[in-house]
Design a protein around this ligand. Structure first.
Ligand code: BG6
Ligand code: BG6
Ligand code: GLC
Ligand code: GLC
Length: 949
């Protein structure tokens, strides 16, 4: 065709052609948008999105909440009906979800114009009639199926479990009376009732963008945006709902951009004409520049103008060309693909079909179509760039990978639209890698998926779970206050967070070396390690370790027995290592709150987690262990440092990453430490430098701060624990308690007949039978449901698939709350670090350990996301401690050992001079600095010599 064209054009006077092309070009000039103009559109779209979120519905872009909180996770199952109204066709569909697979059956129905623009009752009666026909066709008239209703117009919704959608205003070609301001779900229900032939359980109403996003997310979990480029245009995306830091899909209704005049500078006279002739003048201005319903009309307006100017059809305006709607957008696609000659359509005479004039006209028409469609794709690209950039910034990311689920005839049928859209998005949002995924099966499948999710929520969340979605922001603020309270001298005694000084002043600097023993007591395992740090070309660490049992009767017996047991295990380890004759320096990770005034002393404040050995609280655990070792007399050990596991973890990670200044544990218990400025720690003398503080955040809420979110299950756990009223935060979030929380919820749900057909087994009633590791197994994305079945079967219940889904849901609710609460607290620490450093952007590393964090399939991702959302101006690296806290304890010991060696040498030198008291006083004056260091760091022999008796 193109070659043919060129050949024929050669027969026409060159100057005439150039002049013609020039004039056409001039007419099309306003459609050609510069990069700057597109940037401006992007900025206006962004401003529109923000304004819509703030003003809740009264701005040009409506930003309507959809109450869809998550994309599908593959657990959806069952048969659903989906009704899909508002695109080119009405479609009824049956979807059967089974084992991560969906089977679909559908039928398409047209909605005649007189119905679209008749009364509301007629419209919904017509839909009910189509549904009736479809149910007949499927042979399911009596099935009373749950149904999802895709209604592709702006609707105000309240929540997914109260299924309703109030039509804000019709868009596109619809104008049925008595619908705007009314609930379309009720109208559909009434129409079904009027037919009195079948019944449906309508469980969700969704916009087509939302249905498309869900449908594509079923294939690609990265899909968090839905785009329609069809009769109309619109976008939805997963927005962070900031009060609760969970996400919700927002239907932007971006077609309304420009309704406040913000696009006036790019609107052409042809667009104005199209707007004036539409059924909703002044509204949906962006949609009218970009979507299928209007592009053909814009082209027709341009052609009319060119004809009137004598540039086309020898100035003869035909009746056909004057007919609104005659030039459909599908023709535009066909012409640009080269599948159609416009003159057939323009009815300009057939006898001259192969004449040069016709070919020129074709060429011009192609130019017009190209300009109009290209502008539409570029504008959608600019809009999309605004959306993806917003998501990226919401999540505090430098780079975002995201998938957009797309549907609509314009996107699918036009030869260039998808490419121009993608190119423009890429140029305008260079930090985002956007994949456009066309929806294969329309938005009906998505509506069915939302119905499945809604059913799960409706059945299982209800009153049980309303209090489980905690406000991360509010708890973050409270936590920050508590941190400050714990650090103050006067406020510390009544503070829940004890903010214990650790006397560790820096992370490893690479100079540590030696042969050490590390004891690691208080996590799920008691471990003894030998850590050799050598310093040849570079610092290397060799470790050997052994795990020892700590039976219940020992951790709940007397303190003497506990420390005898530790000493016995240590003896065994040294024997196996062949070092019983050596006096190696020992670092003691003791994962409980200890009051310290120096490194090698730790007075246990209170037992936490499972431990409750008598006579230890209030005692120095280093002394107790030394005593037990001495009592044996078969080996000697030099316990140089006692550290909390958080500190050990921070030091372990600090060995690999010098930026590490926070250590957290999310395991049996939970806790965090971080490097605080000494000037802020009232409990320790001195202002220079930093010191690691053990927050003991597990006690957050012990003063009543968490009462508003503690559930009846949290209270029951607390009542049955070894330390009622204490470690309330820990009891809501950590591994020792989460499994039990799930068990208690399941028992109650079973009692109320919500799961297991009301059956309760003795196993289910046994404390500790449902463990946190079961939560991790059940939340696995692929085999989660089969794991649930396996675990529940072991508990004696014969679960149905619905039961497995319910249990999975309970696990998710419990683990989500945990990750969110920990995120709130961790973000509090990061905010404090940022404030201390006075930087605009914090770059830091958090060392993490603990079985819950390591084993749960989604926990780490959820935590990271929530933290990054709370502190977007921070580049935080989460570094998993691969080798436990023992290595870190050895690092602390290495520093202590070096300092102790140093002071021993000085003591030796001084002892060789027999100084008088006067001489000592003189030396002391000169050595004031040394006293300072000694008071804080270690019991210095030099001080002993310099202090006159
Ligand atoms: C269909 C979806 O595939 O695309 C509809 O199922 C949607 O929900 C439609 O409205 C949009 O495209 P068009 O071109 O039909 O308006
Ligand atoms: C280990 C550390 O890796 O993790 C311990 O070495 C720490 O010091 C423990 O206490 C915490 O996790 P859990 O799950 O064992 O309590
Ligand atoms: C119109 C509707 C919107 C829909 C879009 C695509 O813009 O207002 O709700 O998503 O068309 O069909
Ligand atoms: C408990 C302990 C704390 C420890 C944490 C993680 O909260 O009190 O010291 O760090 O568990 O093991």
């Amino acid at each position: 065709m193109c070659h043919h064209n060129r050949f024929l054009l050669l027969n026409v006077a060159k100057s005439d052609i150039i002049s013609l092309v020039f004039q056409v070009d001039e007419t099309l000039c306003p459609f050609k948008l510069s990069q700057e103009q597109l940037q401006l559109v992007k900025a206006r779209m962004r401003a529109g999105l923000e304004a819509g979120l703030k003003t809740k519905g009264s701005s040009a872009i409506k930003m309507l909440p959809s109450y869809v909180y998550r994309t599908p996770d593959g657990t959806e199952h069952g048969k659903y009906l989906a009704l899909d109204l508002g695109g080119t066709n009405f479609r009824a569909m049956m979807v059967n979800f089974k084992r991560q697979n969906a089977r679909l059956y559908h039928k398409i129905y047209t909605i005649p114009l007189e119905i679209m623009q008749g009364t509301g009752e007629e419209l919904f009666d017509h839909i009910a009639q189509c549904v009736s026909d479809f149910l007949d066709y499927m042979g399911m008239k009596n099935a009373h199926l749950p149904a999802g209703f895709t209604f592709s117009f702006p609707c105000e919704q309240t929540a997914i479990d109260t299924v309703s959608g109030t039509l804000v205003s019709w868009t596109k070609g619809y104008k049925a009376t008595d619908c705007e301001g009314h609930d379309v779900v009720s109208m559909l229900r009434e129409a079904i009732k009027r037919r009195n032939e079948f019944d449906l359980d309508i469980v969700a109403v969704v916009n087509d963008t939302v249905g498309t996003m869900m449908s594509c997310a079923y294939e690609d979990p990265q899909c968090e945006i839905g785009l329609i480029a069809g009769t109309g245009t619109n976008v939805c995306y997963m927005e962070e709902v900031d009060a609760e830091l969970s996400k919700m899909c927002i239907n932007t209704e971006w077609g309304g951009l420009g309704d406040d005049g913000s696009l006036d500078d790019i609107i052409t006279p042809y667009d104005m004409e199209v707007n004036q002739n539409s059924i909703n003048p002044g509204r949906q201005r962006f949609e009218k520049l970009t979507s299928g319903m209007y592009l053909g009309e814009i082209v027709r307006q341009v052609l009319l103008d060119l004809t009137r100017g004598g540039l086309l059809f020898r100035g003869h305006v035909t009746e056909t060309l004057k007919t609104p709607g005659i030039f459909e957008t599908k023709y535009l696609s066909q012409i640009e693909r080269g599948d159609m000659i416009f003159c057939d359509l323009a009815n300009c005479g057939t006898n001259s079909l192969l004449s040069v004039a016709i070919m020129i006209m074709d060429f011009i028409v192609m130019q017009v179509c190209g300009a109009v469609s290209r502008r539409a794709a570029q504008l959608c690209g600019a809009g999309m760039a605004a959306v993806v950039d917003k998501i990226r910034e919401n999540r505090g990311l430098d780079h975002l990978n995201i998938t957009v689920g797309v549907d609509g005839a314009l996107y699918k049928l036009h030869p260039h639209f998808s490419r121009v859209l993608k190119d423009t998005t890429e140029v305008l949002a260079p930090q985002c890698n956007v994949t456009f995924l066309p929806s294969e099966e329309g938005s009906g499948k998505g509506a069915a998926l939302i119905s499945a999710v809604a059913r799960q929520i409706g059945q299982h969340r209800g009153r049980y779970f309303s209090t489980w979605r905690v406000s991360v922001c509010a708890h973050n603020i409270q936590f920050r206050r508590e941190l400050a309270k714990g650090l103050g001298r006067d406020t510390n005694p009544t503070a829940a967070l004890k903010m214990l000084p650790t006397f560790v002043r820096s992370i490893p600097d690479g100079s540590e070396k030696g042969d050490f023993i590390a004891l690691d007591l208080g996590g799920s395992n008691f471990r003894i390690l030998r850590v050799k740090v050598s310093h040849e070309k570079k610092q290397t660490v060799q470790m050997e370790s052994q795990i020892y049992d700590t039976p219940e009767d020992i951790i709940h017996g007397s303190g003497t027995r506990l420390f005898d047991h530790v000493a016995e295990c240590l003896g065994d380890f040294m024997e196996k290592q062949n070092i019983k004759d050596k006096k190696l320096p020992v670092g003691f990770t003791f994962s409980f709150p200890c009051q310290q005034t120096k490194l090698d002393e730790g007075f246990l404040i209170t037992w936490t987690k499972r431990f409750k050995a008598g006579g230890v609280e209030g005692m120095d655990v280093v002394k107790l262990l030394n005593k037990a070792i001495k009592k044996r007399g078969d080996y000697d050990a030099d316990i140089m440092a006692v550290v909390n596991d958080t500190v050990g973890t921070m030091m372990t990670c600090g060995f690999d990453d010098q930026r590490c200044e926070v250590g957290i544990i999310i395991g049996t218990g939970t806790n965090a430490c971080y490097m605080e400025e000494l000037r802020n720690i009232d409990l320790v003398e001195g202002d220079e430098g930093r010191m690691c503080v053990n927050t003991e955040w597990g006690a957050f809420g012990d003063d009543g701060r968490l009462e508003d979110i503690r559930t009846e299950f949290d209270r029951e756990i607390d009542r049955g624990s070894i330390n009622p009223g204490k470690q309330l935060f820990e009891k809501m979030v950590s591994g020792m308690y989460m499994g039990e929380l799930v068990r208690l919820i399941l028992v109650k749900m079973a009692r109320e007949g919500l799961v297991f057909e009301g059956r309760i087994t003795p196993e289910l009633l046994t404390k500790g039978k449902f463990e946190t590791k079961h939560i991790s197994a059940i939340e696995k994305s692929k085999e989660g449901l089969s794991k649930a079945r396996e675990i529940l079967t072991r508990l004696g219940v014969e679960p149905s698939t619905d039961d497995c889904i319910a249990v999975q849901h309970v696990c998710t609710v419990v683990s989500f709350r945990s990750a969110n609460l920990i995120a709130a607290a961790l973000a509090g620490i990061l905010m404090r670090l940022k404030e201390n450093k006075g930087v605009a952007r914090l770059r830091t590393t958090v060392g993490i350990d603990g079985s819950l964090y390591k084993m749960h399939p989604q926990y780490a991702r959820r935590l990271h996301k929530a933290v990054r959302r709370l502190v977007p101006d921070t580049d935080v690296r989460f570094l998993l401690s691969e080798s436990g806290s023992g290595k870190g304890a050895a690092m602390v010991t290495a520093v202590a050992y070096r300092l102790a060696e140093h002071s021993r040498q000085i003591a030796q030198i001084l002892s060789e001079f027999r100084l008088t008291t006067e001489q000592l006083l003189e030396v002391r004056k000169l050595s004031q600095w040394c006293v300072c260091v000694c008071v804080c760091v270690f019991p210095c022999v030099l001080c002993h010599y310099l202090t006159p008796s």
